[in-house]
Design a protein around this ligand. Structure first.
Ligand SMILES: NC(=O)c1ccc[n+]([C@@H]2O[C@H](COP(=O)([O-])OP(=O)(O)OC[C@H]3O[C@@H](n4cnc5c(N)ncnc54)[C@H](OP(=O)(O)O)[C@@H]3O)[C@@H](O)[C@H]2O)c1
Length: 251
């Protein structure tokens, strides 16, 4: 249960190695925090690292987005082990070059399964638990890539568009239950996911995404763009005529 200052006792990171996810959790940990759960495909490799703080237990559990049949049981097990889940950060995702996906439809399907299908499945399991508890905050890492899908990464972008729409709808469905969803829409972030890629304009860092996310949570917001300027940039992009949009040098 959050304390009177809204500080969570139990935090779950889905995508336990995510640079952005770990930066968010690092800033959410407070003296009230008792447990951080890192969930990922290879739990033996999930280490506390920078999240190792006095009085905070860091656990690692197995989680694979491509196995939706395991997601409800995982949430039940987390609750049995740690009690109510105060904040769940959904930070898993895959980004693969569009050329590679054009040549490999099976790989494209896997990416969509992780970024969308798996996110829907685990979010619904978390939301059911939030309803039972009467509280809980789900942070969903969407992307500006879903706001207007670009030809340079349309499989990834479409998976994020689906995820973003789902997360907004889930947030609306949870209104009045005590639970909430925060949709985070970063632009290009320097992280393991983008290592070796040419940075896009307004590129930012996991730390900056984390600062904006924690601030948005504190203010009870439903969406946050990082950096905030991208909200206005993409608002303009969204309404450009197709021929103009297609000619923009956006990669
Ligand atoms: N970096 C950016 O420019 C950017 C911009 C906007 C939005 N985002 C979104 O922000 C989120 C975090 O990105 P990041 O930059 O922190 O990337 P990251 O460091 O590469 O983290 C990605 C995470 O996804 C996990 N993952 C991949 N496939 C999985 C699967 N099948 N099941 C469970 N977990 C899986 C990875 O786990 P493993 O360790 O097992 O691979 C890793 O923990 C992603 O959703 C991403 O799409 C990123």
């Amino acid at each position: 249960m959050d304390n009177a200052l809204g500080e969570p006792q139990t935090i779950v990171l889905l995508g336990g190695t995510s640079d952005i996810g770990r930066a968010i959790v690092s800033r959410l940990v407070s003296p009230s925090t008792q447990t951080v759960v890192l969930a990922g495909r290879r739990p033996a490799e999930l280490t506390a690292g920078e999240l190792d703080r006095p009085g905070v237990k860091v656990d690692a559990v197995a989680f694979d987005a491509t196995e939706p049949g395991t997601h409800e049981a995982l949430v039940r097990q987390l609750v049995a082990d740690h009690g109510d889940l105060d904040v769940v950060v959904l930070a898993f995702g895959q980004l693969v070059e569009q050329d590679e996906l054009d040549a490999d439809p099976v790989r494209a399907a896997e990416l969509v399964t992780v970024n969308y299908t798996g996110a829907v499945s685990i979010s619904l399991a978390v939301a059911a638990q939030f309803r039972r508890q009467g509280h809980g905050r789900l942070v969903v890492l969407s992307s500006v890539a879903g706001e207007r899908v670009r030809k340079a990464n349309y499989v990834y972008g479409s998976s994020k568009a689906g995820l973003d729409g789902f997360a907004q709808g889930l947030g609306d469905a949870l209104a009045g239950t005590g639970a909430s969803v925060l949709v985070v829409r970063p632009g290009f972030v320097h992280s393991s996911m983008t290592a070796g890629m040419k940075a896009a304009p307004f590129a930012t860092t996991p730390g900056a995404v984390a600062d904006a996310t924690v601030k948005a949570l504190a203010h009870g917001r439903r969406t946050v763009w990082v950096p905030g300027t991208l909200r206005f940039v993409f608002s303009a992009f969204r309404h450009l005529p197709g021929p103009v949009w297609r000619r923009l040098p956006l990669g």
